[in-house]
Ligand binder design. Structure first.
Ligand code: HGY
Ligand code: MN
Ligand code: MN
Length: 425
């Protein structure tokens, strides 16, 4: 056990963690299915006040920053040292689950409780964060809060509007009581952190299949997102000859399958998904004149991502043009893959070993705030198993016992990081 002055870190408390998870799950939008808590929704506003209270009750001095991050601090003994940061997010996707992100925020707060109950006082300040808006959203900018802290939120991001109109991202933030201008200007200096560590559900099948209790994340997949707009010609569905048509929806559908083939052919970890499609005018009896698709590519291999982008742009255009349809492919997001710090991987693995928990290295196909925190210091992630490898669905589930193990590894690792001097990226 990582001890300090002979004191070992206590184990996470089952009933207290279960209560926190249950309370947060209860703060969801009934009308949106699953355990939905969308960014900028009222239920999300209520939930952030609850997290603020939890942080303060745990002994953190906590506040909400201009970008909407709930930030708590536990002072260490040596203010000259750079802080350790741990956290995650509590917004969800539509029709989402109860554990994505929430496990990392509850785990971080429980870690503070355990350190205090164990009489362990760190040398480094420990900062706990519930980052605003980690999930994909209508503005196409995920990880809003962690981008702000890492200096990756831009004025252009704030000007973005949803494809179907509505307030800009900056207007939505202001409407939520935040200060978008200050959110642009509050970036922490590079290398501001001694270390960043995040507990998260794996959202994939590897740990459940292997039986390992803990995943030591090796890298976080890069994400490239696109919006493709198809312009054909609307016609009467009953009289336009098939060979004369310039059917925008047929061209979009062909592009969806082209995108799927790209992921299926990836020689390394690479996946592709078309998440949305729409067509106008949307009538039975009119050949669609225009259509749009929203899609994304992901991989931990930057070279594959770049090549796939170029192939897709070429093949989508060729398929559309063969149908007499024009297409414009706009790349909305290019988040490169991020390698986890070797030092943190070692600390996490050793902590799991000391706790007699089986572990294995795991790449993350999911994106995380940790990908941005990497700018501020050595980054690591601790994964716990996902039942059936499923996430972003109401059926998302992780056993409480696995969550408690993850929290114990998180706490154990933070104590060992506190004693480490030079951590490498
Ligand atoms: O989309 C993701 O990968 C993350 O769960 N937000
Ligand atoms: Mn997440
Ligand atoms: Mn997610």
């Amino acid at each position: 056990m990582a001890a300090q002055g002979g004191r070992a870190v206590r184990h996470a408390e089952r009933d207290r963690v279960a209560r926190d998870l249950e309370t947060l799950a209860g703060l969801h939008d009934d009308g949106l299915g699953g355990w939905t808590r969308l960014v900028f929704s009222q239920v999300y506003a209520d939930e952030r006040q609850h997290v603020l209270r939890l942080m303060r009750e745990a002994g953190l001095s906590a506040a909400i920053d201009p970008a909407g991050n709930v930030i708590g601090r536990l002072e260490g003994t040596n203010p000259s040292l750079r802080p350790i940061l741990t956290g995650s997010h509590t917004d969800t996707v539509r029709n989402g689950g109860r554990f994505d992100g929430v496990v990392g925020v509850v785990g971080a707060i429980e870690t503070v409780r355990l350190l205090r109950a164990s009489g362990i006082v760190l040398e480094h300040d420990l900062i706990v964060a519930d980052f605003l808006g980690e999930e994909a959203n209508p503005w196409g900018v995920s990880c809003i809060g962690s981008r702000s802290i890492s200096g990756r939120l831009t004025a252009e991001h704030l000007e973005l509007r949803p494809a179907d109109g509505g307030p800009s991202l900056g207007e939505a933030m202001a409407g939520f009581g935040l200060d978008p201008a200050a959110a642009l200007g509050q970036a922490w200096r590079r290398d501001a952190l001694h270390a960043y560590i995040e507990l998260h559900i794996e959202q994939g099948p590897m740990l459940e299949r292997s039986g390992s209790a803990i995943g030591v994340v090796t890298a976080i997949a890069g994400i490239d997102r696109l919006l493709a707009r198809f312009e054909g010609r609307p016609d009467h569905a009953g009289t336009a000859a098939m060979g004369d048509r310039r059917d925008a929806l047929a061209a979009a559908a062909e592009a969806v399958l082209t995108i799927e083939r790209e992921g299926c052919g990836a020689p390394v970890h690479g996946v592709s998904t078309t998440g949305m499609i729409d067509a106008q005018p949307g009538s039975f009896n009119v050949v669609p004149g225009s259509a749009r698709i929203w899609a994304e590519l992901r991989s931990v291999d930057e070279r594959w991502l770049g090549e796939a982008r170029r192939r897709l742009a070429r093949e989508i255009a060729a398929g559309a043009n063969a149908r007499g349809v024009e297409v414009d492919v706009e790349w909305l997001n290019d988040q490169p893959p991020v390698q986890a710090s070797r030092s943190l991987q070692d600390h996490i693995a050793r902590s799991a070993g000391r706790l007699d928990l089986g572990w294995e290295p795991v790449p993350s196909g999911a994106g995380h705030d940790a990908a941005h925190m990497d700018v501020l210091g050595p980054m690591g992630m601790v994964f716990v198993p996902s039942a059936g490898g499923r996430s972003h669905v109401p059926e998302e589930h992780t056993d409480l016992g696995d969550i408690l193990h993850g929290i114990d590894v998180l706490a154990e690792t933070i104590v060992s990081l506190d004693r480490a001097s030079a951590l490498v990226r």
